[in-house]
Design a protein around this ligand. Structure first.
Ligand SMILES: NC(=O)C1=CN([C@@H]2O[C@H](COP(=O)(O)OP(=O)(O)OC[C@H]3O[C@@H](n4cnc5c(N)ncnc54)[C@H](O)[C@@H]3O)[C@@H](O)[C@H]2O)C=CC1
Ligand SMILES: O=C(O)[C@H]1O[C@H](OP(=O)(O)OP(=O)(O)OC[C@H]2O[C@@H](n3ccc(=O)[nH]c3=O)[C@H](O)[C@@H]2O)[C@H](O)[C@@H](O)[C@@H]1O
Length: 466
């Protein structure tokens, strides 16, 4: 009889936490230990206030935690007990040295491989869950093989495709599970875990490099759709076409499909930009500059869209927002998450602060500390140090409120940055009364009823509508 699978996952972040919670939830016979170097994160996973806000996640965690799901900082202990180790640590864009601003920083992944090698005293399947450049498995395998313990390691690639805000549904009902590897026994051992709830026909087996590259490619294609429709939104504004109507019309073509065609202030999130930059870097590395430039345009267009939005605010408000109060509705990079990484809101707030606006931010899930940290990081730039003037702007011109209405009170404009459901559900007559006139609304998500707002007296500007 084959040995019972016991899992250890290194990295208890947005992917490691929810993914392992779902495996433990669906596989009561498998022990799952999730470890992290950050004791605060582990403490939060063991509390009622999880570090990741995701609809439905708490119930999944609660049912498995204490049964077969454990969050711990005991890295050596969890590795020793396991026969399958997932690496689910962050792989941010490098900010220094060779490939700075493009290549993925693989420092944390390499450290995980070294830690697994150091503490393993029995054979293990090592699963890359993090998103990695193609051929990383080769380096991971070499590091593991350099251990003198005689332990055998089989490296698999098993990228994650969940989207934040819908992680529980995505994990419960994935379009596919992708497993790349060259050891069939190891591949089937991992497939058996997923087969507890995912039909076998949705489990795709490929070679290692196809699997690693498919993850980068999937994110590049998704981001490309958003940049494509955002490019068209600029043309719609110039011509009188309506981007939602255009998206609706082209989305009915079954070859194009309706999803991921929502024009917006620009995509955010920790991965789209990072993964495309990584793809661009790989193409350059392999001597394919035309391919690199092709994909880089997706990022160029996204930067343009964010900048275009803040410029439009300034232009429409009589070319100055200096000392004007602007309510920012939403700071997370999309609804139903507390994640702000690369959120378009950070860039737009930076631009408005540089124009000396006073901004009042409301987001139902993002804290004042997080907002300050994000703005400080972006405004300080590569040197990491704020000038005195920037510090003053951050501390005097940024306020965080506890409701959308409070943010709009006395404001000259509202800018919708995240599509939280509650924003379309406001008492706009009363909000209009409380604002300076003319009262502007810049809907960066096209979630508000433009006719209703216009009837209430607002000057409304939507994406891709003139
Ligand atoms: N956030 C998302 O929705 C998705 C992310 N991914 C990929 O998954 C990977 C992880 O992303 P996130 O979970 O968002 O990152 P994250 O930053 O939320 O979590 C990573 C965690 O790893 C921990 N860590 C770092 N080094 C460690 C070590 N040596 N031992 C133990 N723990 C360590 C960190 O303390 C952190 O808590 C990335 O490669 C990302 O591209 C893939 C699909 C979706
Ligand atoms: O590798 C990852 O991290 C993940 O990246 C994305 O997931 P995520 O970034 O969580 O969320 P998305 O729903 O993809 O949205 C990304 C950004 O694009 C924006 N977006 C998305 C769709 C759309 O039509 N328009 C649009 O502006 C969203 O508002 C958000 O800012 C992918 O959808 C996941 O499959 C992938 O696993």
């Amino acid at each position: 009889m084959s040995e019972q699978t016991k899992i250890c996952c290194l990295g208890a972040g947005y992917v490691g936490g929810p993914t392992m919670a779902m495996i433990a939830h669906q596989c009561p016979d498998i022990d799952v230990h999730v470890v992290d170097l950050n004791p605060k994160r582990i403490a939060a996973w063991n509390s009622e206030e999880l570090p990741v806000y995701e609809p439905g996640l708490y119930d999944v965690v609660k049912q498995a935690r204490g049964r077969n799901l454990k969050f711990t900082t005991d890295v050596p202990g969890a590795i020793r007990e396991a026969n399958m180790c997932f690496i689910s640590v962050n792989t941010p864009t490098k900010t220094f040295g060779i490939g700075a601003g493009r290549a993925a920083n693989l420092e944390f992944v390499e450290k995980c491989a070294r830690t697994i090698a150091e503490y393993s005293d029995s054979d293990k399947v090592v699963v890359e869950k993090s998103t990695l450049p193609v051929r990383t498995a080769e380096s991971v395998q070499r590091i593991l093989n350099s251990s003198s313990s005689g332990v055998k390691f089989s490296v698999l690639s098993n990228p994650e495709f969940l989207a934040e805000g819908t992680a529980v549904d995505d994990l419960l009902n994935p379009d596919r599970i992708l497993i790349g590897g060259d050891n069939d026994v190891a591949i089937e051992k991992l497939a058996d875990v997923y087969k507890h709830w995912v039909p076998d026909e949705r489990i795709i087996r490929t070679n290692l490099w196809s699997s690693e590259l498919s993850k980068l490619t999937a994110n590049a294609f998704l981001a490309q759709r958003v940049s494509s429709i955002n490019a068209i939104s600029a043309l719609c504004e110039a011509t009188g076409a309506d981007v939602d109507e255009v998206a609706g019309a082209i989305g009915t073509d079954s070859r194009i499909g309706p999803r991921f065609l929502k024009a917006s202030v620009g995509f955010g999130g920790s991965c789209f930009q990072k993964d495309i930059l990584n793809l661009v870097y790989l193409c350059e590395h392999f001597g394919l500059p035309e391919v690199a430039q092709y994909w880089e345009q997706v990022i160029v267009m996204n930067d343009y869209q964010k900048r275009r939005f803040s410029t439009r605010i300034v232009k429409k408000m009589f070319n100055t927002v200096s000392d004007k109060k602007i309510a920012i509705w939403g700071f997370a990079f999309k609804k139903d998450t507390n994640d702000t990484r690369e959120s378009a809101a950070i860039y737009v707030c930076r631009d408005l602060l540089e124009e000396r606006a006073r901004i009042t931010i409301y987001d139902p899930q993002v804290s004042l500390e997080q907002i300050r940290q994000d703005l400080e990081y972006l405004m300080a730039g590569p040197g990491g140090v704020l000038t005195e003037a920037q510090r003053e702007l951050l501390y005097n011109n940024v306020t965080v409120t506890s409701s959308a209405k409070a943010a709009a009170d006395g404001a000259h404009a509202i800018a919708v940055m995240t599509e939280w459901d509650e924003f379309s559900d406001q008492d706009f007559d009363s909000i209009y009364q409380s604002m300076m006139k003319p009262a502007f609304v810049f809907d960066g998500r096209n979630v508000l009823d433009a006719q209703q707002l216009s009837d209430a007296g607002f000057e409304i500007e939507s994406i891709g509508k003139s």
